[in-house]
Design a protein around this ligand. Structure first.
Ligand code: FAD
Ligand code: NAD
Length: 474
């Protein structure tokens, strides 16, 4: 058995693990990076990148038929699905060199392409090599989980791991689960010409603000996505090929389609690691970590999806930067969950950061304000006919504590609020910003304006003071 000694050993070369490895190596640490599958992990190969590339193709297809309101005659788009998927895989291939073994070796990282598993509290084995490290970072991500439903195991179904291998467009895609994966893919496939039915046990996008979700729901329905909410699936059956290849029997009625996508959530990958040998505690929701991402073994950190604090690439990247600071410089690096935005890339996009209204009620009682700015008040949204949407800002003591946006480019627009919340800016700072006209970015300033207008314009004391001062000014 080969022996290796290193400063940091990272297990998993996805969004989180790669960021730790590149950051630490470039700062001068010795790093070993172990990956059992593809470099780049889920985001590059089976997640964010292919899904957003598919959504981009779907947006093009949709736009061909959506010009009537501008006086542009709608045309039926001709979708070459195999070519759409070529675009998806070209996108992956374009980004892949950035995450590649070669790039990391050039940075001085020792890359081992095998499964890594703990053999003691400070040693991991992979491919006949035993690695002893001062610190370990577990970044093994998550995998899709299918619910226990009678008959589901007996039918062919897709998950995010197989969806992007399709080369023929499904005639009728049934999507089980109306979370971010289910809803993003439902709209994309519908826009590319498939019939789509979503079956969701609760409400679609159930973690999001219902006022914001309503805007997305209306759009999905208008585009012809069939929604079965509050649906309980009792049984799944295989049928004849074609539009009834698979049938979901619901407590009321049934839904059949040519293909089934299961998007009912993801579970942390902990079973590949022999965690008990390292005394690292994990539960069903992820590896147990402190607010500095330390596990029950002080040499070992866990980041990204496997840490059970959310499943986003930018969260994994943020975790990575906190852990690198902590390991290399011993500076305190607590995770701040309330500064992490999340975005669902539907059209319109839905973005959120910070506390929800329910969390605000718990934290502040009645002592918080809700300000809503409909996009119909923004001139750029009017000019581009994209007025379905709003910005909703929850404030306490003059500072934003939760912000939701539904509308075009919401994912980009939430960025400035993320900065404001990370830096503790006040609504007056935001109102003082000058945004270019006419942009959707003006909605940020407009929302701050809407927050202040009742305080300024419906304020008799202020009016009296202004009147008084005017009398004395030359
Ligand atoms: C369809 C889909 C769309 C998504 N879209 C978005 C989006 O738009 N925006 C966003 O922020 N997030 C999105 N996500 C979530 C995002 O992909 C994940 O949050 C992110 O990939 C998590 O990064 P990670 O480093 O924790 O894990 P991963 O990227 O999953 O990487 C973990 C790696 O560890 C490896 N591994 C596991 N066990 C071992 C072992 N024992 N030894 C060695 N290697 C091991 C795996 O092979 C894998 O490569 C999406 C996810 C999906 C499925
Ligand atoms: N844009 C993004 O950032 C993005 C996109 C996709 C995925 N992701 C990440 O990946 C994670 C996983 O996504 P997901 O959509 O698979 O999971 P999810 O947990 O977010 O949503 C799963 C949905 O499936 C429903 N469900 C569960 N069991 C069911 C059943 N038996 N019948 C009907 N419905 C059922 C749940 O009620 C829920 O609404 C997300 O939480 C997110 O963090 C992020």
């Amino acid at each position: 058995m080969k022996q290796l000694k290193t400063d940091i050993c990272v297990i998993g070369a996805g969004s989180g693990g790669l960021s730790v490895a590149s950051g630490a190596a470039q700062l001068g640490a010795n790093v070993v990076l172990i990956e059992s599958g593809e470099m780049g992990g889920d985001c590059l190969n089976r997640g964010c990148v292919p899904s957003k590339a598919l959504i981009a193709a779907a947006a093009h297809a949709h736009s061909r038929g959506a010009g009537a309101q501008f006086g542009i005659a709608p045309v039926e788009p001709e979708v070459d699905f195999a070519k759409v998927m070529e675009h998806v895989h070209r996108t992956i291939a374009t980004i892949a060199p950035h995450d590649s073994q070669e790039r990391f070796e050039d940075l001085g990282v020792k890359v081992i392409r095998a499964r890594g598993r703990f053999v003691s509290e400070d040693e991991v084995e992979a491919q006949g090599t035993r690695i002893k490290a001062r610190r370990f970072v577990i970044a093994t991500g998550s995998r899709p989980v299918a619910p226990r439903i009678e008959g589901l195991d007996g039918v062919d179904y897709l998950t995010n791991e197989t969806l992007f291998d399709l080369r023929e467009r499904p005639d009728h895609l049934v999507v089980l689960g109306g979370g971010p994966i289910g809803i993003e893919m439902a709209q994309a496939f519908r826009r590319l010409g498939s019939r789509v039915s979503v079956v969701e046990a609760g409400k679609i996008m159930g973690r999001e603000d219902p006022d914001l979700v309503e805007v997305v729901r209306a759009r999905l329905l208008a585009e012809g996505v069939e929604l079965h909410e509050d649906a309980s699936v009792e049984r799944v059956r295989a049928g004849e090929a074609g539009d009834s290849a698979v049938t979901l029997d619901l407590s009321e009625g049934s839904v059949s389609g040519s293909h089934l996508l299961v998007a009912t959530g993801r579970a942390p990958v902990t079973d590949t690691l022999d965690l008990e040998k390292a005394r690292v505690l994990a539960t069903r929701t992820g590896i147990h970590v402190t607010d500095e991402l330390r596990t029950t073994n002080r040499r070992v950190y866990a980041i990204g999806d496997v840490a059970g604090q959310g499943q986003f690439t930018h969260l994994a990247g943020y975790h990575a930067s906190q852990v690198v600071r902590r390991i290399l410089f011993s500076v305190p690096a607590k995770v701040r969950p309330n500064i992490i935005p999340r975005v669902t890339y539907t059209a319109p996009e839905l973005a959120y950061i910070g506390l929800t209204e329910a969390q605000c009620r718990e934290e502040y009682g009645g002592n918080f304000q809700v300000t809503t700015l409909p996009l119909s008040r923004n001139d750029r949204a009017i000019a581009t006919q994209q007025t379905d949407g709003m910005v909703k800002v929850l404030t306490s003591m003059g500072r934003p504590v939760g912000v939701g946006i539904v509308g075009p480019g919401a994912g980009d627009l939430i960025g400035i609020w993320a900065l404001a919340m990370a830096k503790g800016l006040k609504m007056s700072d935001i109102a003082g910003m000058v945004a270019a006209y006419p942009t959707l970015a003006e909605t940020t300033k407009q929302a701050a304006g809407a927050y202040f207008s009742p305080r300024l314009f419906d304020n008799p004391t202020l009016k009296r003071a202004v009147g008084f001062v005017q009398r004395w000014l030359p």
